[in-house]
Design a protein around this ligand. Structure first.
Ligand code: UN1
Length: 511
């Protein structure tokens, strides 16, 4: 593929606010987007100011009044065409994701595929925004519930999935009749600009009111806490660290707004004595080093039965050894692991390695920054394997980098306990051929995570399921299953066609 930024509508300097249909001439200072691959400048963005935000908000408010009365299946048709547009630009957008964020091209393509998949899911869902009908306790009364649009959805996304998470949220919001204001990560603004450009034609062709799919790039000092505090936004969906999520939850909670939070994970794989090790190793390696350990679903802990501990450790080390040859430019076909996103991520990686060793952790592989001609920036690291104990401070934390901790267990109960003994609760899995163990893991006394798998890894969830987790992961659910309900307000309706008054609970109140 001949990649050219211009084909995606990206110039050297780009405006930082869009309604989907058009762009604002923003007047803030500049954000420069650097590629983690080699530190080079890709392009710049002129940030939005508060004034630009107000203009965008006015468009969103106006658009909502029109969008909410368009029948849901018609809104679904727009989403279908957005999906088509993404399908046509899959390679280019996947390439840009890789260039700006640093994940390998194959994973960049996978991310765009997630966008296409959620579009298709949302199209079907647009005819299925169903409520229930209930039997009334009163004669000649009918009772049902229905779902209405909620208004403006604020979407805050993280650098690691710079385009897919927007799609999970905004495609459901769109069929629900909501309008969105997207604030992408300042580390990946160009991906957001490209997405806005890709969807424009579908919006214009369908005369979608201007202001349904808004996007704004602004410094957090300009648009941060005030975005979460804005009462005109009834629902805020935020992806990011637990620390940031807690802050957003407090601000939105103070005004009794709603949130969908998708925060940190500390995902474990239990490797049982009954696991098929070949298959296990393959999943574990992808989960731990894929996306250079920068998925919220990345595998961070391996809870291994003592009888297979040494074998798993040796095999893992040898798998990492062969992967070590394939760390490099994420746009090269042979590469399996690209760079970390920036210098700060490298610092956090090194800090965790150092700290965990102070606590008694034993570094058995990697943990260094890579140097040499092949590594075009200081962001390439050798993924680390550390023997550790679950209670270590560093093990309890999510470090957004390729570090996997090996932990030993004796009984399945102990393994489940270790799985659950972290503040986060996103993804988890067990590798076992033993039905009893698998069922225990999935039972009410099993994994406490939002995602619990048997014989497949912690990362790479399909869009068809609800995505999110418990505890410090924030409790939100996005994407599939009935996550669409969060994007709508529920109303219970009772209709009396008896011609008489009848009170519930059999109360008489005659006068
Ligand atoms: C994230 O890391 O923020 O399950 C999202 C996965 C992907 C999404 C990850 N489908 O790994």
């Amino acid at each position: 593929m001949n990649f050219n930024l211009k084909n995606l509508g990206i110039d050297l300097i780009n405006p930082g606010a869009s309604t989907g249909n058009g762009w604002f001439d923003t007047h803030g200072d500049e954000t420069t987007s650097y590629s983690p691959i080699d530190g080079s400048i890709i392009a710049k963005v002129k940030n939005a100011t508060l004034d630009d935000y107000e203009k965008l908000m006015a468009k969103a408010q106006e658009a909502y009044l029109k969008w909410r009365i368009i029948p849901a299946p018609k809104r679904g048709e727009v989403v279908r065409q957005i999906g088509e547009a993404l399908r046509k630009r899959k390679e280019e957008l996947g390439y840009l994701v890789s260039l700006e964020m640093g994940k390998i091209y194959e994973e960049g393509l996978g991310e765009v595929q997630e966008m296409i998949d959620i579009c298709e899911f949302a199209v079907g869902q647009s005819r299925l925004l169903n409520g229930a009908t209930m039997h009334s306790e009163r004669p000649s009364h009918r009772m049902y519930d229905q779902y209405h649009p909620i208004g403006i959805l604020g979407i805050i996304t993280s650098f690691n999935f710079p385009v897919a998470v927007w799609a999970w949220n905004s495609m459901l919001a769109a069929i629900a009749g909501d309008v969105v204001i997207w604030k992408p990560s300042s580390k990946t603004p160009l991906c957001a600009i490209a997405v806005q450009k890709i969807i424009t034609e579908a919006l214009r062709n369908n005369h979608v009111p201007e202001g349904v799919f808004n996007m704004i790039i602004a410094k957090s000092s300009v648009l941060g806490d005030n975005f979460a505090a804005d009462k005109r936004i009834p629902l805020v969906s935020a992806t990011g660290s637990t620390e940031v999520g807690k802050k957003i939850a407090a601000i939105v909670g103070k005004r009794l707004g709603k949130t969908i939070l998708e925060l940190g994970g500390n995902n474990a794989v239990i490797i049982s004595e009954y696991a098929k090790l070949d298959m296990t190793l393959q999943s574990v390696v992808f989960g731990s080093v894929g996306t250079c350990g920068q998925r919220c679903t990345s595998t961070r802990r391996l809870i291994i039965h003592e009888s297979v501990f040494e074998t798993v450790k040796e095999r893992l080390i040898s798998a990492y050894q062969s992967i070590s040859e394939r760390i490099g430019n994420p746009l090269d076909k042979e590469t399996l692991v690209g760079p970390l996103v920036d210098e700060l991520a490298v610092k956090n990686f090194l800090y965790a390695i150092e700290e965990v060793q102070k606590e008694g952790g034993k570094l058995v592989f990697g943990g260094t920054v890579l140097q040499g001609e092949k590594y075009l920036s200081g962001n390439y690291v050798m993924p680390a394997i550390v023997e550790a104990e679950n209670h270590y401070k560093m093990v309890q934390k999510e470090t957004f980098a390729p570090i996997v901790y090996l932990i030993k267990y004796k009984t399945i109960e102990e393994a489940i306990d270790l799985n659950n003994h972290v503040p986060q609760g996103l993804s988890s899995c067990i590798f076992t051929e033993n039905l009893v163990e698998a069922e225990k893991f999935l039972s009410e006394t099993g994994s406490d995570c939002g995602i619990a798998n048997v014989n497949l890894g912690t990362s790479g969830a399909e869009i068809g399921g609800a995505f999110g987790g418990e505890k410090e992961t924030g409790g939100g659910r996005e994407s599939g299953s009935d996550a669409w309900k969060t994007y709508m307000r529920r109303q219970t309706n009772t209709i009396n066609f008896s011609g008489q008054t009848a009170l519930a609970q059999g109360i008489t109140f005659d006068f």
